[in-house]
Write a protein that binds this ligand. Structure first.
Ligand code: SF4
Length: 370
């Protein structure tokens, strides 16, 4: 995780209203050379300033289509800003308002661990393995997949990408989220006993020679610390509480939770499902709490609540607040670029291969704005 130095004291002196006014003024001053991208998990305080909101796939597509912008301020986490830097023209500078906004899942896969795993699988898998990384990973991991015939995927297109991978090889190494890998492979008709969990902290991933030889899917032992909090007991409790609730979860939740859900899908899918449901619908949702709260506010004719009793909050994304957003805009307006996220050219070249394969397996670019 990168370190964010404390902001100058003046940013603590403004009230919420003053911060909002100043951000609006800076946006106006910077005009069309600035684009603010905002992930759905951001707090409303920040999301209100977004030129575009979306999940990681949608924001990657939007970043790739920016031709006018000079600066992309990415209100999300580090790997998303890296993807934006990889996909935008060299003239576009990508800024992450708080450098410490990382992703615990992305941090669970390090390039040295992946290189070790690849060596082990090359000797033991006995077949062609295609590496697929969830877009929630460092640029170096994406680049590895690009140069080894693999691709990136998101939760929106994981199934299409895995289908593509199985047409390119015999087996898949899926990282860093074991749950997305397992849930996706299962929906494609693969049995759980075709999948093994590869633990990079253990010798040979903690797998026996037979397990390494027989498995079809090697699932990296990573997870999202937010979606991992939802449990099958939460689903049972909601069903007992009120039979009116439909359970809607993100595929980063465990397989056991997904089996108890009525609907499963990406962040965009969750938003569309609630939006398109009839008035009076009841939804218990397994995803990040800011998105759930926003859906509840936007759909007062429906009952929307979290599936869990505990607060499932992405604490790293929450580090991007109005103070840090204003800090980055002040600097841009003064002709300085702070917190630029820049991927080296060679990593970029290889990562873009993996990201292009991801975008080729996605639906057409989004145009929505708010
Ligand atoms: S919700 Fe999970 S996967 Fe998404 S950024 Fe936060 S920690 Fe990472």
């Amino acid at each position: 995780m990168l370190y964010q130095s404390p902001l100058p004291a003046q940013y603590d002196e403004h009230s919420r209203g003053e911060l909002a006014d100043r951000i609006r003024r800076r946006k106006q001053e910077l005009g069309s050379c600035l684009v603010i991208l905002c992930h759905h998990y951001q707090d409303d305080d920040v999301a209100q300033f977004a030129d575009f909101t979306g999940d990681s796939l949608k924001l990657s597509q939007i970043a790739a289509s920016q031709e006018q912008a000079e600066f992309v301020v990415f209100c999300g986490v580090h790997f998303m800003a890296e993807s934006a830097d990889i996909l935008t023209a060299d003239s576009v500078r990508v800024v992450l308002p708080d450098l410490s906004a990382g992703c615990s899942m992305a941090d669970m896969a390090e390039i040295e661990q992946l290189e070790d795993a690849w060596e082990i699988l090359s000797e033991s898998a006995g077949a062609t393995v295609i590496p697929i990384t969830y877009v929630n990973s460092a640029a170096a991991i994406k680049a590895f997949c690009g140069r080894h015939g693999g691709a990136c995927c998101t939760s929106s297109n994981a199934k299409q990408v895995l289908q593509w991978a199985m047409s390119q090889g015999d087996k898949v190494l899926f990282l860093p989220d074991q749950h997305l890998g397992r849930n996706t492979a299962y929906t494609m008709g693969h049995a759980l006993n075709e999948m093994v969990v590869y633990d990079p902290k253990r010798d040979c991933g903690g797998l026996s020679p037979n397990e390494l030889a027989d498995a079809k899917f090697y699932l990296w032992s990573g997870h999202c610390s937010v979606h991992q909090l939802f449990t099958p007991t939460d689903a049972d409790r909601i069903r007992e509480l009120d039979g009116k609730y439909s359970i809607l979860v993100h595929p980063e939740c465990s397989w056991e939770v997904v089996q108890k859900a009525d609907c499963v899908g990406s962040t965009e899918y969750i938003i569309e499902t609630v939006r398109d449901s009839v008035a009076g619908s009841h939804w218990a949702i397994g995803t990040e709490v800011h998105l759930i709260n926003r859906l509840a506010n936007e759909h007062p004719d429906k009952t929307v609540r979290s599936l869990a009793r505990v607060q499932c909050l992405c604490t790293t994304m929450y580090r991007i607040d109005m103070k840090h957003l204003l800090y980055s805009l002040d600097a841009l307006a003064e002709g300085r670029v702070v917190n630029q996220i820049s991927v080296d050219p060679e990593t970029k070249r290889q990562a873009v291969i993996a990201l292009d394969r991801m975008l080729a397996n996605a639906s057409s670019p989004q145009t929505a704005t708010d």
